[in-house]
Ligand binder design. Structure first.
Ligand code: ADP
Length: 319
């Protein structure tokens, strides 16, 4: 290949810039020209495409968000819309693309590959909800943000005999919740795998108050499980704790990426370029047991979620 493009798509994540930088620098150092495609597949269809240089990806490794912007374009499922994108690429001699995003973005990458543009996916999402990789780019940073926030909530909860109910992201993947629960020494973690029995959780909180004489209780709960504000009211009514809900929301998506995310993004970016240089497309890059590997996107989208039982058991043994 002589010319490749790079884009970020779907929800943004810290470390995407480090990935863009790695793709660009590794490619340029291998004699391949690189084009930045702005606003994801939307910019591809509209032709918002500009060359990237080593300098244009300088001083971005420490920045959150994505310098290329991200967007959602549901119409990209339509082959006619994708055909427009393919024409925009052909016009510029761009033969292959690195797509940084979540599994929706991977579907787009697979569809484009089937139309003759080799695409490689990189997992860019804080949610860690791509099943074929142990970690996604952005997960470690979001986890760090959550842990900092919960540590602060613990200080104030302890002073006021409160139960802090902290809602974290994860898009139906409980990893941010269970990892932060372990890292913060939370009393209770609720994810889609643990299930949520309201009465049972209230009972456990009463036990923490009356029997274990805890001064505070931290409950970490994944998003999309229950209305945490309503639940906090029930905690106040039914237990000795005063319940307070905190929805961390989009602060989890921002901030400077951690060194772990920057290195992961750099390793994955390198792998993506190496695959494209070998003429390979339709694959995505994963990390498994600390090895950077390529997985067919088809397989990645159909891999069932690994059980998190071991982490859940560890959590239970720590409370
Ligand atoms: P994420 O990549 O974070 O999962 P989305 O699910 O919103 O985010 O997907 C990002 C974009 O990928 C969509 O806006 C759309 O442009 C493209 N996309 C998603 N699903 C498909 C599909 N089945 N075929 C083609 N493109 C898709």
């Amino acid at each position: 290949v002589k010319r490749i493009g790079v884009l970020t798509s779907g929800g943004d994540a810290p470390g995407m810039n480090a990935a863009i930088r790695a793709v660009t620098r590794v490619a340029l150092n291998s004699g391949i020209e690189v084009f930045g495609i702005y606003d994801g597949y939307k910019g591809m269809v509209e032709g918002y495409i500009e060359p990237l240089t080593k300098a244009s990806v300088g001083e971005i490794i420490d920045r959150g968000g994505t310098i290329l912007g991200s967007a959602r374009l549901p119409e990209f499922k339509d082959p006619d819309v994708r055909e427009k994108a393919v024409q925009q690429l052909k016009k510029r001699g761009i033969e292959a693309i690195v797509v940084i995003g979540g599994d929706g973005s991977y579907r787009g990458a697979l569809a484009l590959t089937e139309m003759g543009i080799n695409c490689i996916g990189l997992p860019g999402t804080i949610d860690n909800d791509i099943t074929c990789t142990d970690f996604t780019i952005g997960f470690d940073t979001a986890l760090t943000t959550i842990v900092e926030a919960v540590d602060k909530l613990r200080d104030t909860s302890s002073s006021h005999h409160r139960c802090s109910i902290v809602e974290v992201m994860g898009n139906r993947c409980g990893d941010l919740a269970i990892w932060s629960g372990i890292a913060c020494g939370a009393e209770i973690v609720i994810t889609s795998s643990t299930g949520f029995e309201e009465g049972e959780v209230l009972e456990r909180l009463r036990d923490l108050d009356l029997i274990k004489k805890k001064r505070h209780a931290i409950v970490v709960i994944s998003e999309k499980i229950t209305d945490v504000h309503q639940f906090a009211k029930k905690v106040s009514l039914n237990t000795g704790f005063s319940g307070r809900a905190t929805v961390l929301g989009h602060v989890q998506r921002g901030g400077s990426p951690t060194p772990t995310d920057r290195v992961l993004a750099s390793r994955m970016g390198e792998k993506a370029v190496d695959l494209l240089m070998q003429g390979i497309g339709g694959q995505c890059v994963s990390i498994k047991d600390n090895q950077i590997i390529a997985v067919p996107i088809e397989e990645a989208l159909n891999t069932p979620r690994e059980s998190r039982k071991k982490l859940q058991n560890l959590f239970e043994r720590l409370v």
